[in-house]
Design a protein around this ligand. Sequence first.
Ligand code: UD1
Ligand code: UDP
Length: 357
Amino acid sequence: MPLDVISVVGARPEFVQAMPVSRALRARHREALVHTGQHYDYLMSRAFFEELEIPEPDWNLGVGSGSHAAQTAAILTGFEQVLMQRRPHVVVVRGDTNSTLGCALAAVKLGIPVAHVEAGERSFVWDQPEEINRVAADRLARLHLCVSEPARQHLAHEGLAQTAHVVGDVMLDALMAACEAAAARSTVLSRLALTPQAYALLTLHRAGNTDVAARLEAIVAAINSVREPVVFPVHPRTHEALQRAGLTLGPHVRAVPPVGYLDMITLERHARLVATDSGGVQREAYYLGVPCLTLRDETEWTGTVEAGWNRLVGADPGRILAAWTDFVPPSARPPIHGDGRAAGRIVEILERTFDAR
Ligand code: UD1
Ligand code: UDP
């Protein structure tokens, strides 16, 4: 019997993650896609659906931006309406956004089981919005699909070992699926007049950096001091924060609007160095073998740090600038997040759990 699945997306990383999971699910089951509308600018949303051929969402809740409470409340009530029209066997949520938490909570309150992809990740910093979302979503979920063994262990410590499975990273599935298309179609290097290995790539959007003036100023001061072209696709949150703070970027910093996924992975692949506070970009840098400086004090993706390819530099100009020139990762890069076939495993586990074979 095929499964009826509702998959939830809302923010940029969820569109990337949806691509491999939708493909694997739709080969054997019925999937409807709900877009909460958390991200809505063309370059933050629609562009991904067109480029990655993600199925058209069956519903768009159109929640837009707002305070955490307003946005999560709109997601809760909007998603509840969908679930009352179409009751699936399972709701699949991903990661740690307000869309993840809002939809998980709406489903559970209607007695519909939730599967959480990227379960068990922890920063252990409780006041981060993402940590609250991921801990709460894990508590609500019936099934926990983990990127790696440490995530499964976090869940085991929280009493959730029975429902936790290590499947690998669907972001790696997406990257492997898109590499060829990126090589064939992306023109970003020539458009931005970049030479491979002769630039660094920067992304920045965590509230902990953009909304704390001292951290934003310190990071901008550090980036303005590096002696290398820096390409910086700017998240809308960061664009607003930079304007609010009246900060300007040096002439070597090429700030551009958010780029599409194929351009992004092309920029990552050919960068000498990546500096980021993004969870997805930290992992992609690792998979592509590009040294990564993480502009945070801690990370969920500890395996990339332990492997020596990711260094935590916080928002400290001294640490950022020292690592910018000194950081040399080792030659080994073990496959810490699986083999790029996480989506197929997720479908098999859904089938076993919900008796759909
Ligand atoms: C959200 C996630 C974060 C994730 C990030 C991926 C939460 C709490 N945070 O952060 O974990 O890493 O997405 O990118 O869910 N905005 C626009 N246009 C858009 C979207 C946002 O202008 O299409 C601006 C708005 O001013 C908005 C701000 O960005 O207030 C923040 O957007 P929001 O969705 O609340 O959180 P993100 O910072 O994007
Ligand atoms: N990304 C993109 N264009 C950009 C910035 C990021 O396509 O301008 C991709 C990136 O390659 C990764 C995902 O978006 O696949 C990560 O999203 P983001 O950094 O917004 O969120 P996080 O992973 O931190 O939650």
